[in-house]
Design a protein around this ligand. Sequence first.
Ligand code: NAD
Ligand code: LMR
Length: 333
Amino acid sequence: MESEPIRVVVTGAAGQIAYSLLYMIAKGDVFGSEQPLILHLLDIPPMMGVLEGVVMELSDCALPLLRSVVPTDDPVVAFKDVAAAFLVGAMPRKQGMERKDLLSANVKIFKVQGEALDKHAKKDVKVLVVGNPANTNALICSRYAPSIPKENFTAMTRLDQNRAQAQIAAKVNVPVASVSNVIIWGNHSSTQFPDASHGTVHMAGKDIPARDAVGDDVWLRTAFVETVQKRGAAVINARKMSSAMSAAKAAGDHMRDWFNGTPPGKFVSMGVISDGSYGAPKDVVFSFPVSIKNGKWEIVQGLVTDDFAKELLDVTGKELLEERAEAIAVIEA
Ligand code: NAD
Ligand code: LMR
């Protein structure tokens, strides 16, 4: 028997990330090849003409799973009965900016959307915030949606994880799928800590520690960390626009794993509400390694962190506390 369609909202639907993401979702890459969908597309009133073109293209893709499309500039319509929400709509940074420079422009969007999710979405909606600064926007969104569990609000650091795994695969000269369990700790910003010390590389039929496969601890603590921390800026410098194709792929990966789970012994990184694990500040959205079962994530416990890691975890935690204070000030002003 065919499944009932689920409603999925993508905000910023006329923008560049959505242009790649909508196709991935609608063809079944995220919710599976048996799951019919109704896509809700939210953007702001001046973008309704562009959005009309996106709707035409979705129709012209002739995708069997896509049952209907609801384009709108009204958050009430957009969030009605949705089971999954990709909150992409927000201003991207330009050359020379840090992601937190977007806070005052973007954070209010996430208050409004939190309120609309609270009133109109399914109570078990899974929310992925992509719009920057993603961690703090996710925190604010959750605060304004008190009837939805805090665990249902996450921020995207999967792009950083994918970047980190690709760097290691290139260094060791293996396919990227051979690299697992590389962690992104903290904020989706240049203070994040990409950590390969619990990672593995599948070589010659077995998983070996990434550190042994790389064989260069200095590189893992310097060039590797800096490349991943600054990759978003490098893409902006080259493209004059922020990453879109890779961001859409990461958003699909994040939501697919959240719905489907992670294999035994494997974990992924997600910005989730912090319970203080690993000395992170509580009540900020902090990226941790998580394992996922039956649609619920759990922070992976018991990983040993050395002094180098503790120092970097502290820096990114402090930045998240500063962002939280600034976001609250902007909203209450
Ligand atoms: P874009 O400018 O191409 O598109 C953004 C879209 O959002 C526009 O169509 C705009 O009209 C719309 N929008 C603005 N305010 C809105 C609102 N209140 N409701 C609904 N839609 C609204 O930008 P993009 O390249 O698609 O990037 C979107 C966001 O994602 C940016 O903040 C960017 O920095 C962020 N981003 C995050 C990651 C990550 O890893 N977390 C990666 C890449 C980009
Ligand atoms: C990225 O990581 O590419 C995005 O967050 C865009 C940016 O501003 O860096």
